[in-house]
Design a protein around this ligand. Structure first.
Ligand code: SF4
Length: 204
C-alpha cells in the first residue's frame, strides 16, 4: 500500500481512493500504474491517521521542497485528517505544503471548509477542468451534479486570502477556447492559472 511517494524534490501523500467525481481522464478506478511512479496508488484500504503520519515522518522532510496531498483520490475527502497532518508537519518543519484538490470539499464535508486551511497550507491547486457547469458535469461526472461547478468556484474564492497561493488548473485536452475562458475566471478572482499537460493519471 503506497501512502508516500516521491517525484523529484516533492513528497506526495496518497491518503484516500475516495472521490465524488469520475473524471473521464482519471485512471484511478482502473487501478492503473501512476505514470510518474510506475506503481499503482490504489489503496487496499484507507490508511489510518497514524499510518499516514508514520509513513510521512519516516522521511526527512528537510530533503524535500514540498509535501503534496495528491493521489488516486480526493484528499479533502479526509479534510480533518489533512488538517491534522499539516499541524504535525508545522510542528517540525516549514516545508511548503500543497493540496491538489477537485475543489468539492464544501459539498463533501457539508460545510464551508477553506477558512480552516489558514496557517496550515501554502498552496492549493484546484482542478477547474471546464469553463462552465455543463462541460464540467460532462467531463467529471460529479455525484453532486449541477451544484458542483459553482461549489468549485466558491471554494476557490474562499481560499483567496486564506491560502497564500491559489491556483486553478485545467488540462490541455479541453481546447484553447475553454482554456481562455478558464484563465479569465481564475485571473478574475485573483487566482493563478495553470494548464496541465495530460499524461494520464488520477491526480485532482
Ligand atoms: S481526476 Fe481527481 S477529481 Fe477526477 S475522478 Fe480522478 S481523483 Fe477524482
Amino acid at each position: 500500500m503506497t501512502i508516500v511517494y516521491t517525484i523529484g524534490d516533492s513528497l506526495y501523500l496518497n491518503i484516500t481512493n475516495n472521490c465524488p467525481n469520475a473524471c473521464e481522464f482519471c485512471i484511478r478506478s482502473a487501478g492503473c500504474a501512476f505514470p510518474y511512479t510506475q506503481e499503482s496508488l490504489w489503496l487496499t484500504r484507507e490508511p489510518t491517521l497514524d499510518e499516514i503520519s508514520e509513513a510521512l515522518f519516516a522521511h526527512n522532510l528537510s530533503r524535500y521542497e514540498e509535501v503534496v496531498f495528491c493521489g488516486f483520490g480526493e484528499p479533502l475527502e479526509r479534510f480533518d485528517d489533512v488538517c491534522e497532518i499539516c499541524r504535525q508537519i508545522r510542528l517540525v518543519s516549514d516545508v511548503v505544503i500543497r493540496i491538489n484538490t477537485n475543489g468539492l470539499s464544501d459539498l463533501i464535508n457539508q460545510r464551508p471548509t477553506a477558512a480552516k486551511l489558514e496557517g496550515l497550507v501554502d498552496v492549493v491547486s484546484i482542478s477547474l477542468n471546464a469553463a462552465n457547469a455543463w462541460d464540467y458535469c460532462r467531463l467529471c461526472n460529479p455525484v453532486f451534479g449541477d451544484r458542483s461547478y459553482d461549489a468549485v468556484l466558491q471554494f476557490a474564492r474562499d481560499c483567496i486570502g486564506v491560502v497564500p497561493t491559489v491556483v486553478l488548473t485545467v488540462l490541455d485536452l479541453i481546447g484553447e477556447e475553454q482554456i481562455a475562458v478558464c484563465e479569465e475566471i481564475a485571473r478574475g478572482m485573483g487566482a493563478n492559472f495553470r494548464v496541465r499537460t495530460y499524461i494520464g493519471g488520477g491526480e485532482s
